[in-house]
Write a protein that binds this ligand. Structure first.
Ligand code: PEP
Ligand code: MG
Length: 316
């Protein structure tokens, strides 16, 4: 029965009453595109471009090499959305030639957008390659920066995109609590937000995502994390802009319903999770998702939030 339900689950993501929540794929490169298309992804919500930089430990890949890789991905989603994240080097993704070797606390050091602002040539090459890759294609290209802390960061990124002649929407990832708290200010500079809940949990709870001993605090059902998601989504709505989720949180079908209830406008996840999330979302109305979200936020632990949302959705 479970398999039949999944097979019947095709088409765009939506709640039972037709509220659309586009389901997008997280990919690491052209090799992941086929699985995303097979799962019925409506586009790519997070293209992690780090993979391109792993072949050579001394320098960034050439513009030509980047254009070819980006074009392969963009061509797979004609008329679809593709959200490309510029290089997120540092902390859990160090690169020899970019990441300082002597930082006492790499997760709190030069990583993500900070790295790119220190190496404007690397950012410029990547943005120029994206502009060239998208030339003549009907795709909706969106480009976002990881680890945006404030409006100054968002403006620096938007300026770099404009200088590279990129015709795309520019966005900011919300991975640092300051970005969620000041989302409306960041949205004066960029057109969309995307919540990276893996890092947002890490920085909200001061709990290293690579340290198993603190994994309890990395649970995306933590009510404090849900509060920051809600604040980001409400801020985007007030500014007439979108706010997606591309962290692991989006791949938990029950939590996906809660995220939709919090006002998140799209969900991006590993392709394998898309059919499960689509099938679960289709079972509940937006109003039910909103009630589940309110119940989760009224809880005081991740465990209680999960069971409270479950109770609402199963009509207990
Ligand atoms: C995140 O932090 O949630 C995210 C999507 O980015 P990454 O996992 O690549 O850091
Ligand atoms: Mg991240």
């Amino acid at each position: 029965a479970r398999r039949a339900a999944l097979a019947a689950s095709t088409g765009p993501g939506a709640t039972a009453d037709g509220h659309k929540v586009p389901l997008l794929a997280n990919i690491g490169g052209p090799a992941d595109v086929e699985a995303a298309v097979d799962a019925g992804a409506e586009g790519v919500g997070l293209f992690r471009t780090e993979f391109l930089f792993l072949d050579d430990s001394k320098q960034a890949p050439s513009e030509e090499k980047q254009v070819a890789a980006y074009r392969q991905v963009l061509e797979a989603f004609p008329e679809g959305r593709v959200v490309v994240r510029v290089l997120d080097a540092g902390a859990d993704k160090p690169l020899d030639f970019l990441t300082p070797a002597d930082e006492p606390n790499p997760a709190l050091g030069v990583r993500g957008l900070r790295t790119l602002l220190d190496h404007p040539d690397v950012l410029r090459t990547q943005l120029t390659a994206l502009a060239k890759a998208a030339e003549g294609l009907p795709v909706y290209l969106e480009v976002m920066a990881p680890m945006v802390a404030d409006r100054t960061d968002a403006r620096a990124f938007a300026d770099a995109c404009r200088e590279a002649g990129l015709r795309a929407k520019f966005g900011a990832m919300v991975e640092i609590p300051s970005a969620a708290l000041r989302a409306r200010s960041i949205l004066q500079e960029v057109e969309f937000l995307s919540l990276g809940t893996n890092d947002l949990a890490q920085y909200t709870f001061a709990a290293d995502r690579q340290v198993g001993a603190v994994s309890r605090l990395q649970d995306p059902w933590q009510p404090a994390l849900l509060d920051l998601v809600a604040l980001s989504a409400e801020s985007a709505k007030a500014e007439g802009k979108s706010c997606g989720v591309c962290g692991e949180a989006a791949s938990d079908p029950l939590l996906a319903c809660v995220l939709a209830g919090l006002g998140v406008t799209s969900l991006s996840m590993g392709a394998a999770s898309i059919p499960y999330v689509r099938a679960t979302l289709a079972k509940y109305t937006l109003a039910q998702c909103e009630r589940a979200a309110a119940a989760a936020r009224a809880s005081d632990s991740a465990e209680d939030a999960r069971s409270a949302a479950q109770a609402v959705l199963s009509g207990e």
